[in-house]
Write a protein that binds this ligand. Structure first.
Ligand code: ADP
Ligand code: MG
Length: 396
């Protein structure tokens, strides 16, 4: 049998070259700006960011690239190389003098992420432009192609305006608003934060309340973080996400806390004692225990205690499956299969859930066995990414 292998990940330079070729044939002329922004994998701390908690993502070598330049007139045109029915959109840029910068929320869904960032951009009035979007982040795979598209758009606009006055935190919040209001996804700040601020060789332990972070080195030749895409996406992601958010707010309200960030393990018992709806108790229990696992996990990674970190990953998955109920049969199957292989230290779903990816901590010598085992036994079609933490977004 042919040996199973992980996906080849194209370097950013290759993607930029490809994007420029597409630009020349779509728009004529030469693009003078090129930027990239990475997708991410969250190692632990799931459904924590919108509860003001801790998360620990790393930026991936999977990225969204935008190339382009200023255009005359008041209309911008963007072309995506991704296989959509409508691959090119043209839209009116917001009125330069308007206080509230408005961009029409119409056209294909993919264009709303870009329009949202144009509307929320903080570095002055962006000029009209032509651009090509090209990416290696799988779309809808839980590796945050959406945030990487927003952040790439923001960095692209910065390159056009030359603005350097806005803080990184405000840029993160602007991109989050774009996703909340234009894509109607009530996400927290994690994805945009790591896409802007990722560091090569490191995960970031992010405190989502203070929006500060600690670098956690993740460069050890003996272990690998392997991302596996289940290649399924169940449609309920967005509606269930809304529901989870509401349930967490409800739990915090009952506990009279600003958010579940302020709740402790004893509060879980308290919720039970006062006969809180059993579902709300379980949602709170996930968020509260996940905070402990994430803070401890960061310490374990620093100490290179991979056995313990793996254990925390397994507990995190169980909590997401049983208490938060955001896993699905495919993710559960991938995690179970992974853990059957010698040298796999931990495995869990990553991202919002209901499909998308798992992340596993694997001894380097066991990676090939693991891929083989899953290719042979997983009922669906899985893709594999060996992930080294890459840098955050920048102009090239
Ligand atoms: P995820 O962020 O996990 O990949 P989302 O559903 O949040 O999944 O975001 C995926 C959406 O982001 C796509 O359906 C598309 O609308 C948009 N998107 C991401 N990358 C691109 C791209 N290269 N070109 C066009 N749209 C993109
Ligand atoms: Mg997303």
């Amino acid at each position: 049998a042919r040996r199973a292998v992980a996906e080849k990940i194209n370097p950013v330079q290759v993607l930029v070259r490809e994007a420029k070729d597409v630009y020349r044939s779509q728009f004529k002329g030469e693009p003078d700006v090129a930027v990239f922004a990475p997708g991410r994998v969250n190692l632990i701390g799931e459904h924590s960011d919108y509860n003001d908690g801790f998360v620990m993502p790393m930026a991936l070598p999977l990225v969204t690239v935008i190339v382009g330049k200023k255009a005359p007139g008041e209309e911008s045109t963007v072309y995506t190389t991704h296989d959509f029915k409508e691959k090119q959109v043209t839209f009116a840029m917001p009125n330069q003098d308007a206080v509230e910068r408005a961009v029409a929320r119409d056209g294909p869904k993919w264009s709303l992420y870009i329009k949202g960032v144009v509307a929320k951009y903080l570095g002055g009035s962006p000029p009209a432009f032509t651009a090509v979007v090209h990416s290696s982040v799988p779309l809808g795979g839980g590796l945050s192609s959406s945030a990487s598209l927003e952040v790439a758009t923001y960095v692209f606009l910065d390159a056009l305006t030359g603005d350097t006055s806005v803080s990184m935190t405000d840029k993160v919040l602007a991109c989050q608003k774009a996703e909340n209001e234009y894509a109607e996804m009530p996400c927290g700040i994690m994805d945009q934060y790591i896409s802007f601020m990722g560091k090569e060789g490191h995960a970031l332990l992010i405190d989502c309340r203070s929006m500060t972070s600690t670098l956690i080195p993740v460069a050890d030749e003996n272990v690998v973080f392997l991302v596996i895409n289940s290649n399924v996406k169940h449609e309920l992601t967005s509606s269930e996400f809304h529901t989870r958010r509401k349930q967490c707010e409800e739990a915090a309200r009952i506990l009279k806390k600003a958010s579940l960030r302020d709740a402790n393990l004893e509060d879980i018992q308290h919720l039970q004692c006062i006969d809180t709806d059993e579902v709300i108790v379980r949602r709170a229990r996930h968020v509260i225990t996940e905070r402990h696992r994430t803070v401890e996990g960061a310490e374990m990674l620093k100490q290179r205690n991979y056995d313990k970190f793996g254990l925390l990953m397994k507990e995190s998955h169980l909590s997401l499956k049983e208490d938060f109920e955001v896993s699905c049969p495919e993710l559960d199957e991938l995690v179970a299969l992974a853990l059957e292989v010698d040298g796999v230290l931990g495995s869990r779903m990553t991202g919002a859930g209901f499909g998308g990816c798992t992340v596993s901590l694997v001894c380097t010598h066991a990676v090939d066995n693991m891929i083989d085992h899953i290719k042979k036994n997983y009922k669906g079609n899985a893709t594999f990414y060996i992930c080294k933490p890459g840098p955050g977004a920048s102009r090239i």
